[in-house]
Design a protein around this ligand. Structure first.
Ligand code: HEM
Ligand SMILES: *[C@@H]1O[C@H](CO)[C@@H](O)[C@H](O)[C@H]1NC(C)=O
Ligand SMILES: *[C@@H]1O[C@H](CO)[C@@H](O)[C@H](O)[C@H]1NC(C)=O
Ligand SMILES: *[C@@H]1O[C@H](CO)[C@@H](O)[C@H](O)[C@H]1NC(C)=O
Length: 331
C-alpha cells in the first residue's frame, strides 16, 4: 500500500482563533530566540520517522488527543510508571497507543537537548510533531502556539472517564465533548482523525458478533465489509493484535473519505457509524463528505483549540529533561 507523502512545501495558512486568557503566553514564535532550530528539528525528525514507519502519523495524532484530554496538553501521557506512581501510560497501554508515537517525541527531544538544552518542553514537541505529521499525510496546516510546560502529575486514575469510548452513545459523546468546551460540529470534525490509523478487533467485534438479541451482526455494516472483518477477527481472543484500518478506502491518507464511508456502511467503530445516524451530527458528516475544504478548515480550527486545552504555563509546569521522567522524583 502506498502512503502518499505531502511534504511541508506549500502549507495553507489558517488564521488563528482569538487568544483566550489561559493560553495568552503561548506564541507561534516562542522558541525563535532560545531554540531557533526547533521547527526544523521537529520537521526532520517526524519526516524520517514517518518514512520508515508509516503508522507514526496516526499513532501520534491519537497520543496527542489522549494527552490533551487527560489533565491538559502537558505530556503527562509520556511519563513512565515507577514503584511510587502508576502513570497515565499504564491505562494508555490498554488503549494500545503506538510505540512509534512515543519514539518520535523521544528522538526529537534528544536532538533538541543537544542544540538547546533545557529549553523545549515535551508537550510542545508532541503538539508540533502532531501538526507536522498531519500535514505530511495530506491533512491541513494549522498554527501551533508554543510555550506549554510539562505537567508534574501523571496518574492512572485520571484516565478513566476522560477519554471517549466506543460504547458511548451520541448523547454521551455530545456531553463529553461539550463539558470540555467542544461543540457538536467540532466533535464531528475531530472524529475525522479516524481517516488514518487502525483499530483492534475488540473495539468493533461487538458490531460483528454480538450486535443485538435478534441479529449478531449490525445490519448497517456493508455486508461484504462485515464478512471481511469477521474473517479477520475470527481469532480475536487468541490473537489480540489483529486490527483493521479506520478508513478502509484510503487508510494512510488524511482526507475526507472517513465521512464518505459512513453512509455506505464502511464506518468501523460504533461511535463512527453513530455520527451518520444521529440528526445532530449527520448534517456535519454530510457536509464534510462532499466538501473536503470545509472539513480541513474545521479540523484545523478544532485542532488549534485542542492543542491549547488546559495547557500549563509559568510555574504550573516544568521543562522535563527526559520526556518520560519528572525532573524530581515524585512519591
Ligand atoms: C469521538 C470519540 C472517539 C472515540 C470513541 C475513539 C476511539 C478510538 C479507538 C477505540 C481507536 C482504536 C484504538 C486501537 O484499537 O488501537 C481509535 C484510534 C484512533 N483515534 Fe480515536 N476516538 C475518538 C476520537 C478521536 C479524536 C478526536 C482523534 C484525533 C483528533 C482520534 C484519533 C485517532 C487515531 C489517529 C487513531 C488511530 C491510531 C493508530 O493507528 O495508532 N480519535 N480511536
Ligand atoms: C489496564 O490493564 C491492567 C492489566 O490488565 C489493569 O490492571 C488496569 O486496571 C487496566 N486499566 C484500565 C484503565 O483499564
Ligand atoms: C454481548 O453484548 C452484551 C450486551 O452489550 C454484553 O453484556 C456481553 O458481554 C457481550 N458478549 C460478548 C461475548 O462479548
Ligand atoms: C466548501 O467549503 C468552503 C469552506 O467552508 C466554502 O468556502 C466553499 O464554498 C464550499 N464549497 C462548496 C462547493 O460548497
Amino acid at each position: 500500500m502506498a502512503f502518499p507523502l505531502h511534504f511541508l512545501l506549500f502549507p495553507i495558512m489558517i488564521t488563528s482563533l482569538p487568544i483566550s486568557p489561559i493560553d495568552s503566553k503561548l506564541t507561534v514564535g516562542y522558541y525563535q530566540k532560545t531554540c531557533p532550530n526547533f521547527e526544523k528539528v521537529i520537521r526532520e525528525t517526524v519526516t524520517s520517522k514517518q518514512i520508515t514507519s508509516p503508522v507514526t502519523a496516526a499513532g501520534t495524532l491519537r497520543l496527542f488527543f489522549h494527552d490533551c484530554f487527560v489533565d491538559g496538553c502537558d505530556a503527562s501521557v509520556l511519563i513512565a510508571s515507577n514503584s511510587f506512581n502508576k502513570a497515565e501510560r499504564e491505562a494508555e497501554i490498554n488503549h494500545s497507543l503506538s510505540g512509534d508515537a512515543f519514539d518520535v517525541v523521544t528522538h526529537a527531544k534528544t536532538h533538541l537537548e543537544l542544540s538547546c538544552p533545557g529549553i523545549v518542553s515535551c508537550a510542545d514537541i508532541l503538539a508540533q510533531a502532531t501538526r507536522d505529521l498531519v500535514v505530511m499525510v495530506g491533512g491541513p496546516f494549522y498554527n501551533v502556539r508554543l510555550g506549554r510546560k510539562d505537567g508534574m502529575v501523571s496518574k492512572l486514575e485520571h484516565v478513566e472517564g476522560n477519554l471517549p469510548e466506543v460504547k458511548h452513545t451520541v448523547d454521551e459523546l455530545v456531553d463529553f465533548f461539550g463539558q470540555r468546551g467542544f461543540s457538536i460540529q467540532e466533535m464531528v470534525a475531530l472524529s475525522g482523525g479516524h481517516t488514518i490509523g487502525f483499530s483492534h478487533c475488540k473495539e468493533f467485534s461487538d458490531r460483528l458478533f454480538n450486535f443485538s438479541a435478534t441479529t449478531p451482526t449490525d445490519p448497517d455494516i456493508y455486508p461484504k465489509f462485515a464478512d471481511k472483518l469477521k474473517e479477520m477477527c475470527a481469532n480475536r481472543d487468541k490473537d489480540t493484535s489483529m486490527s483493521a484500518f479506520n478508513d478502509v478506502m484510503t487508510p494512510g491518507k488524511f482526507d475526507n473519505m472517513y465521512y464518505q464511508n459512513l453512509p455506505r456502511g464502511l464506518g468501523l467503530l460504533a461511535t463512527d457509524h453513530a455520527l451518520v445516524k444521529d440528526p445532530r451530527t449527520k448534517p456535519f458528516v454530510d457536509l464534510y463528505a462532499v466538501n473536503q475544504t470545509a472539513f480541513f478548515h474545521d479540523f484545523a480550527h478544532a485542532m488549534e483549540k485542542l492543542s491549547v486545552f488546559e495547557v500549563k504555563t509559568g510555574r504550573k509546569g516544568e521543562v522535563r529533561r527526559k520526556c518520560d521522567l519528572f525532573n524530581s522524583i515524585k512519591t
